[in-house]
Structures are given as structure tokens and as C-alpha cells.
Ligand binder design. Structure first.
Ligand SMILES: [Zn+2]
Ligand SMILES: [Zn+2]
Length: 418
């Protein structure tokens, strides 16, 4: 099926992609305005109601059939015979206090799902993803003579908490929209530089999981350790004993990370507390290695609890699980070839695998279709670069918006162009 489409597209030649890209100047003004509006109004994961309303309104204006599904928005544009292509953008922001110094910096706060007021910032650039996705949707809608098939513009909530793609699938996504032949997505990154894209075949983003572990000792006066069981010493032993999982148990040819990102216990110097809580983050490039690490962590925790004579078995919870993002080689080859042809070879680089994680692949996996995911640059060479999630993460509005829009449009049209 894919081979056939590929050959057909090759033989036809794709002058029409140039025609579509030439219209990008016409949408730049509203794109920049909307970007600033969204940047100043970020919303936390699974609370993206205004963002979803804005996206819905725009897609309807462009002439899409629009449905809200599982907190996200899907626009469908049916344009005759041909393949069906799904392009996905994530839309949520983070509980981060913006420190970019930009004139359009967010000063917004929200009440999070735990009931706390927190600052909110688009610190991962999902506002760029929304506007690039809407830009591509507008260009496609305005160029129906140049392509044929069905285009699905999917806007997904809660990427940052690994909930959004599952939420859409659980809300019936697969039965509510046409089945795509291929799924595409992209992310703004600090590398390559602004104006360029980076693509790769195979594993591109790691699988991830987080763990919350509570261990139980026995409280006592700080001067009388023999009458208690110290959960801080127990938790400390666990932290050290986790390190050799990576260095001694995982195959040296496999990428693997275990980080203890949080450890909490006690209130005062002279009190031995009754319990301690650890939060861990795990990354790997295969699901097997991730499962191996989680099993090893459980074994170490249980053994250390026994060694310390803990008063109860540890409570171990796995959360924020992300699948591996593993680009289909054929899809990547086709999209990369189109980007080289229409953006220029000097704007397309090979993307090095990233240890970050994504829930995008849950969508194509639910349909059983191949996908590819690429990066586009957000920082010009004269800018100071801050990584995604940093309070100072401030991508250059241009050429970043334009590049994201071009990349999405070219990738989609590499399947749909006449
Ligand atoms: Zn992100
Ligand atoms: Zn992020």
C-alpha cells in the first residue's frame, strides 16, 4: 500500500507542494498574533479548555468537520480519493514560572488538579506546535485543488503527563474519525538551529516511566535511634543500591537512565520520622530494558526494606508511562526526501536520538499504522539556548513558526499532493 503510493507520488512530481508553500506569507500575520495570544494563555495538562475552544473555532473557520475528543480536538477535511494522513500537535503547558524576559511572557497562574495555585508557561513550545498545526490546516484547506485524500488535524492534550493520547483513544478516537494510513508529528527543539529540521529512522525518543516508592520505618526521638527504625537511612541505601542497576545489570550496549528526582522525609533535626518517599524517573530505548529496570528497582527496594527491618512492605507505584517513539523507516524516508526537496538540503539534518519521551505513538498504535516524528529548531545562532522545560526557554518566534508550518505541510503533502 505504502510502496504503491510512494511510486505514484514519485512519478507525478510534486509541483503542487511549492504552490501550497507559496501561500505561507498570507498566514504569517495571524499565526504570529495567535502565537502571542496562546503563549500568554497557557493551560495545564487535561485543563486545556480555552486552548481547545480556540483550536475548534479556527478549524471550523477553515472548513473542517470538528470534534472534541478526550480533551483534544480533531479536524477532518475530506477532499476526494486518496490516502488519509493524520498530523498531531500537542497543546498543553507546564507549571513553570516564565523567566524569558520576552515582551509576551506568560504571567498566568492556574489552580492545578491538586488544588494549588501554580504559575503556567508554554515551557516546551507546544504553543508553536498548535500554531504550526493550524497553519498547515489553513494551507491545506486553502489549496484543495493541489491535493486529494483526507487530512486529519489532531490536537492532543496532556502530553506532559502522558495522559492525553490515551485520553483521546479511551474517548473513542479510533471509531470517531477516519482510519489514517500514516501519522505524523513534530517537536520544537534546541537542536538543530532555528530554520532547520532534524529527522531520523528508528528509535528517536526513549520509553519512560516514573515510580513513587514509600518505605516504612518507626518514629523515635533523634537521641534514641535504637528505639526506632530509620526510614532516612533505608531510603539512602536504596538510592545508592539503585546505581549499579545501570552499571552492572543492563547490557552496556543499551541506553538506560535511572534518576532519583525527589526524596522526602522528616520535619526536624531531632526526630526520626516514620516513613520516606522517593520519586524515580526511568528512560530506555526498549520496552524490555525498561521492564528489566523496573523489576530490578522493585527487587532492590524490597531487599533493602528487609535489610533495615522495615515495619511494612514498601508501597511501589509506577506512573507517567511513555511508550518508545520508533520511527517507521519508510515513512521517515518519504518525509525526509520531501523536506530535502522543498525546504532545501541545507535545512534538513539527521536528528540524534533524544532521551526525552512522548505519548504521540499511542495514537498511531491505536490505529495500527506507521508513523514518524521529527524535530525542528527553535533557537537562532545569536540566541542563548535554554532547554525545553527551563523557565528561560524562549524560542525565536521566527523563523521557528514558519519552519514548523512548512515542515508539517510538506510532510503531509508528501502523501496527499497531486
Ligand atoms: Zn513537549
Ligand atoms: Zn515537554
Amino acid at each position: 500500500m505504502h510502496e504503491a503510493i510512494f511510486i505514484a507520488a514519485k512519478n507525478r512530481g510534486n509541483m503542487s507542494i511549492e504552490t501550497v508553500l507559496n501561500k505561507i506569507n498570507d498566514i504569517e500575520d495571524w499565526q504570529e498574533e495567535l502565537y502571542i495570544e496562546l503563549h500568554q494563555n497557557p493551560e495545564l495538562s487535561m485543563q486545556e479548555t480555552e486552548t481547545a475552544a480556540t483550536i475548534t473555532k479556527r478549524l471550523q473557520q477553515f472548513g473542517y468537520e470538528v470534534e472534541q475528543i478526550g480533551g483534544g480536538v480533531v479536524g477532518v477535511l475530506r477532499n476526494g480519493e486518496g490516502p488519509t494522513v493524520l498530523y498531531r500537535a500537542d497543546i498543553d503547558a507546564l507549571p513553570v514560572k516564565e523567566a524569558t524576559g520576552l515582551p509576551y511572557a506568560s504571567t498566568k497562574t492556574m489552580i492545578d488538579r491538586q488544588g494549588n495555585e501554580v504559575p503556567v508557561m508554554h515551557a516546551c513550545g507546544h504553543d508553536l506546535h498548535i500554531v504550526a498545526g493550524l497553519g498547515a490546516a489553513a494551507l491545506l484547506a486553502d489549496s484543495c485543488d493541489e491535493w486529494s485524500g483526507t487530512y486529519i488535524a489532531l490536537f492532543q492534550p496532556a502530553e506532559e503527563t502522558a495522559e492525553g493520547a490515551r485520553s483521546m483513544v479511551n474517548d473513542g478516537l479510533v471509531d470517531r474519525i477516519p482510519k489514517p494510513d500514516v501519522a505524523l508529528s513534530q517537536h520544537v527543539l534546541t537542536k538543530p538551529e532555528a530554520g532547520k529540521v532534524g529527522t531520523t529512522a528508528g528509535p528517536v525518543l526513549s520509553t519512560a516511566a516514573s515510580m513513587r516508592i514509600t518505605v516504612y520505618g518507626k518514629g523515635s526521638h533523634g537521641s534514641m535511634p535504637h528505639l526506632g527504625i530509620d526510614p532516612i537511612v533505608l531510603a539512602s541505601s536504596i538510592v545508592l543500591r539503585l546505581q549499579p542497576i545501570i552499571s552492572r545489570e543492563v547490557n552496556p550496549f543499551e541506553m538506560a537512565v535511572v534518576t532519583v528526582g525527589s526524596i522526602h522525609s522528616g520535619t526536624k533535626a531531632n526526630i526520626i520520622p516514620a516513613e520516606a518517599e522517593l520519586q524515580l524517573n526511568i528512560r530506555a530505548y526498549s520496552e524490555q530494558v525498561r521492564d528489566q529496570i523496573i523489576a530490578a528497582i522493585k527487587r532492590v527496594v524490597n531487599a533493602e526494606c528487609e535489610a533495615s527491618n522495615a515495619t511494612a512492605p514498601a508501597k511501589i507505584e509506577v506512573f507517567d508511562e511513555y511508550p518508545l517513539t520508533n520511527n517507521d523507516p519508510e515513512v521517515n524516508e518519504r518525509v525526509t526526501a520531501a523536506m530535502i526537496k522543498y525546504l532545501g538540503a541545507d535545512r534538513v539534518e539527521k536528528l540524534d536520538p533524544v532521551t526525552a519521551s512522548e505519548d504521540f505513538s499511542i495514537v498511531p498504535t491505536a490505529f495500527g499504522v506507521p508513523y514518524t516524528y521529527w524535530g525542528f529548531g527553535g533557537f537562532t545562532p545569536d540566541q542563548q539556548v535554554f532547554p525545553n522545560h527551563n523557565p528561560a526557554f524562549g524560542p525565536a518566534m521566527q523563523p521557528t513558526l514558519r519552519t514548523g508550518t512548512e515542515a508539517a505541510t510538506v510532510a503531509v503533502l508528501s502523501y496527499l499532493a497531486k
